[in-house]
Design a protein around this ligand. Structure first.
Ligand code: GLY
Length: 259
């Protein structure tokens, strides 16, 4: 089935982004924009139809669309984001998403960032973080269980989102840094550990059988290739300064309309 990738252009005010565990370093906006455009091209080259939304200048983190919605085959979930500066981001995705999916909305007191949701086929792991609470796990469960999903809350430490700790590669394999989460929760998935010098390398995006990974993590890229994965390296160094990774910049899902 064809894939859709929703992305949003880099805000000119990305230097006002939220930072939780990273120190602030000046982001070169033209370079960030160029890296984001190359990322869009990478998605296209892997067969995704990219819907590139315009920048939202007043929302510094809005390039990170992954946090502002979670898309499943059956439904898209619109979260409440805990960071005050990001509260308006979900509504900016509603027109694009509602073309493809029925929408379900989380209710207060739930807070959730999509970066905390790792989906491995019908298992949904939800990181319990500064951004995502237990109430969100409960509400997500109510929405998803009728569709056959199993939902689990997962501890996360010393990092912003669960997807900074682990990402699903497909074929039952999970790339993980065990320092940031509890690996036992993910059994019986086949766990592949990031290399020691690259603690943030677990954030990768699987698209049509290819793993998109940050070029700044060469050892983990090589490790994945040794394990038989096709890897595409993308330069995202400026976006990484905003405490982001390759998954954050897109919402990738199957185009159920063309089936
Ligand atoms: N800058 C990404 C976030 O904190 O949400």
């Amino acid at each position: 089935m064809p894939l859709i990738a929703i992305t949003r252009a880099v805000s000119p005010n990305i230097n006002q982004c939220e930072l939780s565990f990273h120190d602030r370093h000046q982001i070169d906006v033209p370079t960030a924009i160029a890296q984001h455009e190359a990322y869009n091209k990478c998605l296209e080259s892997l067969g995704a139809k990219v819907i590139a939304l315009p920048a939202e200048p007043d929302l510094p983190d809005s390039v990170f669309v992954e946090d502002a919605a979670i898309v499943f085959d059956e439904v898209a979930v619109i979260p409440i984001m805990a960071a005050a500066s990001r509260r308006d981001e979900p509504r900016t995705l509603v027109p694009a998403l509602s073309r493809f999916r029925a929408l379900e909305w989380l209710r207060e007191p739930a807070t959730l960032d999509g970066g905390d949701v790792v989906v491995a086929d019908h298992r949904v792991f939800v990181g319990l973080t500064r951004r995502t609470n237990r109430e969100a796990v409960n509400q997500l469960g109510e929405i998803l269980r009728p569709h056959g999903y199993i939902i689990k809350g997962v501890p996360v430490r010393d990092i912003l989102h669960l997807k900074s700790a682990c990402c699903y590669l497909g074929n039952n394999a999970l790339l993980i840094n065990r320092k940031f989460t509890d690996a036992s929760v993910f059994q019986p998935l086949d766990l592949i550990d990031v290399t020691e010098p690259e603690p943030a390398a677990a954030n990768v995006l699987s698209v049509n059988g290819t793993v998109i990974a940050a070029a700044s993590f060469p050892e983990t890229c090589s490790l994945l290739e040794q394990r038989g994965f096709r890897v595409r390296r993308v330069e995202v160094a400026e976006l990484q300064k905003a405490e982001a990774g390759v998954t954050c910049c897109s919402l990738v899902f199957s185009d159920s309309l063309s089936s």
